[in-house]
Structures are given as structure tokens and as C-alpha cells.
Design a protein around this ligand. Structure first.
Ligand code: SER
Length: 335
């Protein structure tokens, strides 16, 4: 007999740790986590499975044990890591997602209830052709510039499409009516956490300069001072995941939503960091390839669909994010 549970893949990562804490605080259980890494001290899932999300045998074993009502599929190689190992990125970011979609499709049919699959997508699905286009299209809508320039962006867009297919058309040739899974995804801006530092992303220059300054270390930023993309505080990212998950299916007009909070340049980010940590030593040493990636990402996103369909609104604008979330928590972390 399978037990009902919630699955979180990539649970030891930045979003995973924050989401697990929130789900546990909300009394959600049982929570089954999967990650290549052990869970950090303090995180308390009902069961942690240490292994790869791309391991089909491992997933089949989990599906025998559990019936997942909800899957938060967070495991991924981020954009810089994916560029260094594109084939591995495809395996983890796409092939493993397909395994999970198959698992969720089967369990939806068997249980007669849609398994909900929640997926963090990214502004990396956008590919603005040049800085002039970036400047003139300040807030991109979900349908604009879907021309990613990175393996990671291609992977995220592919999984969005596969998720929509499994939700809407999967099994369309079969005579009987199937219960299909319910895939929902969010295109996140660069996320900033006070409690964890990112690895392998290309928006990492923001959080990296902040965490370096809080530890009294100098930081050489790998993009130009004028480089501008949207960012979001981690608590808002978790609220967005849970808000989208809680929305009634009938309210959702799409399966991939932009969510925005604030947008700022690397120079303005450095200014915030220097206000909080007056001794911070921040210099600029742009890396051409990583600069090219961030230049192809939009200045900001148009998130009106998320606001209208399921009531998205960030709690942290730029100033609250630094003053009330990042700076006090980071000080405490490194003290
Ligand atoms: N923050 C991610 C990255 O830099 C983009 O979603 O890869």
C-alpha cells in the first residue's frame, strides 16, 4: 500500500531548503526529499533519499512506496554549470524531468486525481538579441523572446512545454478519458537568500557580492556595473511556489507564469551592499561569456498574468528586501 506524500527534488539546494522549512512549519507531511547531497542539519523531512533524480530505478522504487499528491521538482544544474557540462545538464534538467512527469502521469491515472507538479523555470528562457532590444522591451511577457541562449534556458523552456503537454494532451489517442497531471511553473528572476549562497548560476554576482561583503571579503563582480536583471528575495520565491500551488486549477490561464519583484543594476546592487557594509570592497572584472548570458536576459518581467490569475504580489520590494530580510539575516549568519 502506497503512502500519500509530497516529494521535493533538489531539496538540499537554495530553494529546497527554504521551501522545506516553510512546508514543515505549515504542518505539511509526509515530506519526502531527494537530493545528491545529504540534507543540512536542522532540515527535517519525513524521509530523505540521497541519490540522483536522473536515476530511473530510484524513482521507480519511490513510486512503489509513495503516492505523491504534489511534486516540487527543484533539482537542476544552474546556467553557468550547465554551460560547462551541457550533456549532463540535459540529463538532469530535462531527462530527469521527463522521468518525473511519467511518474506523475502514471500516479494521476492510477489514483484518479491529478498529481500536481510545481516547477521553477527562469528568466533564462528569454533571449534578447542585443542590449538595444533589452532596453526597448523593459518588461517581457511570457510569450516574448522565447529564444534562450543557454543550455539551461533551453532545458527550462523544454520542461515547461513537456509539462503543458503532459497536463493537456498526454494519452490523447486513448479511448478512455485519462486523469492527467497538473503542471504549474514559475519563471523566477535571480533569487537572493540570506541563509544560503548560490552555486553555478549566472545571476550569482548579486548574492555573491553581498555574502562576500558580510564576511569582510573583497569581491570582483563578473559583469559590468550597468548590467540589469530582475531579482527576488527567497521568501517571496517560496510564497510564489506555494501561492501557485494553492490556486484553483480553473483560475489558471497558463502553465508558466512570470513573477517579478524588483530590478536593479549590478552597480545599484553594490550600492545597497556598501550602505549595509561600508567597508565592502567591490570591483568589476567582467567575464565576456557570463556577461553575454546576463545581457540576453530581460531588464524585468511583466507578471500581470500571475497577479490577475492567482493574486501574486511580492512582499519584498528592493528596500524591504535589503533592510528587513537580507542585511539583518546575513549579519546574524556571519557574526
Ligand atoms: N539564477 C539562475 C541562474 O543564474 C537563473 O534562473 O542560473
Amino acid at each position: 500500500m502506497q503512502k500519500n506524500a509530497i516529494l521535493i527534488t533538489g531539496a538540499a539546494g537554495e530553494i529546497g531548503q527554504a521551501l522545506l522549512a516553510e512546508l514543515a512549519a505549515g504542518g505539511k507531511s509526509p515530506l519526502v526529499t531527494l537530493d545528491l547531497q545529504a540534507m543540512p542539519a536542522g532540515a527535517q523531512p519525513s524521509q530523505h533519499v540521497q541519490g540522483s533524480v536522473a536515476d530511473a530505478t530510484l524513482l521507480a522504487g519511490l513510486a512503489e512506496q509513495y503516492r505523491f499528491a504534489q511534486i516540487f521538482h527543484l533539482a537542476a544544474l544552474l546556467s553557468t554549470s550547465a554551460e560547462r557540462k551541457p550533456a549532463l545538464a540535459h540529463q538532469v534538467n530535462v531527462d530527469a524531468s521527463l522521468l518525473l512527469l511519467e511518474l506523475a502521469a502514471r500516479q494521476s491515472m492510477e489514483g484518479g486525481q491529478p498529481v500536481q507538479v510545481i516547477f521553477p523555470s527562469s528568466i533564462a528562457v528569454y533571449g534578447l538579441p542585443d542590449l538595444a532590444a533589452k532596453a526597448t522591451h523593459a518588461k517581457v511577457g511570457e510569450g516574448d523572446f522565447n529564444d534562450p541562449t543557454t543550455m539551461y534556458g533551453c532545458n527550462k523552456l523544454a520542461v515547461e512545454k513537456l509539462g503543458a503537454y503532459y497536463s493537456n494532451q498526454y494519452g490523447q489517442l486513448q479511448a478512455e478519458v485519462l486523469t492527467r497531471l497538473d503542471f504549474r511553473s514559475l519563471r523566477f528572476p535571480g533569487l537572493i537568500s540570506a541563509h544560503t549562497a548560490p552555486t553555478g548560476g549566472t545571476s550569482d554576482y548579486g548574492p555573491e557580492m553581498l555574502h562576500a561583503a558580510a564576511q569582510g571579503q573583497a569581491y570582483a563582480c563578473f559583469v559590468r556595473p550597468d548590467t540589469t536583471i530582475p531579482f527576488m528575495a527567497m521568501p517571496d520565491a517560496v510564497r510564489a511556489l506555494l501561492g501557485l500551488a494553492a490556486a484553483p486549477a480553473a483560475a489558471l490561464g497558463r502553465r508558466a507564469y512570470n513573477v517579478g519583484a524588483f530590478s536593479l543594476s549590478a552597480e545599484a546592487f553594490a550600492g545597497q551592499v556598501q550602505t549595509a557594509f561600508p567597508g565592502a570592497k567591490i570591483s568589476y572584472a567582467p567575464n565576456a561569456a557570463r556577461q553575454g548570458i546576463v545581457d540576453s536576459w530581460p531588464l524585468d518581467v511583466d507578471d500581470r498574468a500571475a497577479r490577475t490569475d492567482w493574486g501574486w504580489a511580492p512582499e519584498y520590494d528592493l528596500q524591504r528586501c535589503f533592510d528587513e530580510y537580507l542585511v539583518p539575516n546575513i549579519r546574524e549568519r556571519y557574526e
